[in-house]
Design a protein around this ligand. Structure first.
Ligand code: FE2
Length: 160
């Protein structure tokens, strides 16, 4: 994969939704993926990656997976709290995305094959994330605020 085909999302250009905690989580995630992207690009360009380079990618992927799990759970909690009518559609997208991410991380842990990681980090995930934020998250946040949820608050069911 050449550099020109790498998609790197930017905090300034991803769609913003009507609720602050969601935007904050999205920005955190984008920063995290940017760091991971640097590690992946260096790994890919290296003729013989070291064990420590390999471990860094593993740790970065594990951290990202945990962050994503918490991110999705927090949005699911919000949706339950506001009785979001299409909860199952939005939470269903989360479930599929999380399963896919967990599969990619597991495959890396088993094989240390950088190609599927490269494709995921620089292509599949950015495309998914941008369109998910622009659709599901956008509609959920708008619905929440229209139904009285304070845009600066966080869901109550969960300790955040
Ligand atoms: Fe979402």
């Amino acid at each position: 994969m050449t550099t020109s085909t790498r998609i790197i999302l930017n905090a300034d250009t991803i769609p913003r939704v009507d609720i602050d905690f969601m935007n904050n989580t999205h920005v955190e995630e984008i920063e995290m993926v940017k760091e991971l992207g640097k590690l992946v690009a260096a790994y890919q360009d290296s003729a013989m990656p070291t064990i420590s380079e390999t471990n860094e990618i593993t740790q970065s992927l594990e951290k990202w997976l945990q962050h994503t799990e918490a991110h999705f759970e927090r949005e699911n909690t919000l949706m339950r709290e506001i009785n979001f009518p299409v909860y199952l559609v939005h939470s269903g997208e989360h479930e599929i995305a999380l399963d896919q991410m967990a599969g990619v991380v597991k495959a890396w842990q088993d094989s240390n094959d950088i190609e599927p990681i490269t494709e995921y980090v620089f292509s599949l995930w950015p495309a998914w994330f941008n369109s998910h934020v622009d659709s599901m998250d956008m509609i959920t946040a708008r619905f929440a605020v229209m139904n009285g949820f304070d845009s600066q608050s966080t869901p109550h069911e969960q300790d955040l």
